[in-house]
Design a protein around this ligand. Sequence first.
Ligand code: ZN
Length: 257
Amino acid sequence: MPELPEVETLCRQLQREISGKKIIKTRIFDKKLSPLGNLRGKTVMNVRRCGKIVNIELDGGYYLLIHLRMTGRLLDQTEPAVPRYARWQMSLEGKEVFLVDPRRFATVRVARKCPENTGAEIFGDFDLQELVQRHGCRKIKIKTLLMDQNAICGIGNIYACEILHRCGIHPEKEASRLTNAQWQEMIRQAKSVLKKAIARRGTSISDWRDLYGRKGDNQHELTVYGKAGSPCPFCGSPVRRIKQSGRGTYFCPTCQK
Ligand SMILES: [Zn+2]
């Protein structure tokens, strides 16, 4: 599932490829997607990430909002040949962008307003005190909180495991039991892990590919995710896997308390 670094990667690549270009037409191949209205002739002004949404700003105050959900990805193709699992196509001057999505959960819509994040955006004007005020007394497990899009935007299972390993916090620890220093360290590590993952164009463990259909490189940086039984790179203890809210959680029982 694309998380913050993968969506950010796509937005940066799209910004380079389609910003300033005019839309010639859009085509829907999957009836599950609602019609978008006529976008012909509209110019792409800007592409940026809002949480996990790809936000393509058009002239005239329109926003084309793409949420990739489980297996959605965007593919830049110079030829108009339709790739497998294509659900939607946007033709721009000299450029074809396809939404490819085998499981068909991704959505595309047009809005007159930029979507508002429900949770805090970790980059930009992130306010740690506000996060601690809102969630610091809760009995919720810290990994569940990290992945709660109403608390913080864009962190899913892979990066939550990686962030908690690097800051030495047990994934089942309750938010209310974190010290101030632990909150600070967790957010510092979150920024560092996500920033690195953006620089490496995301984590390709299963189906993630960037705008050009290439794998990301961040899977080589993972220290615990998907590594049950392998030695922790910090202390050598075997990495453990447990289930938390139905998801596999990986951690080091020695480093994480
Ligand atoms: Zn360890």
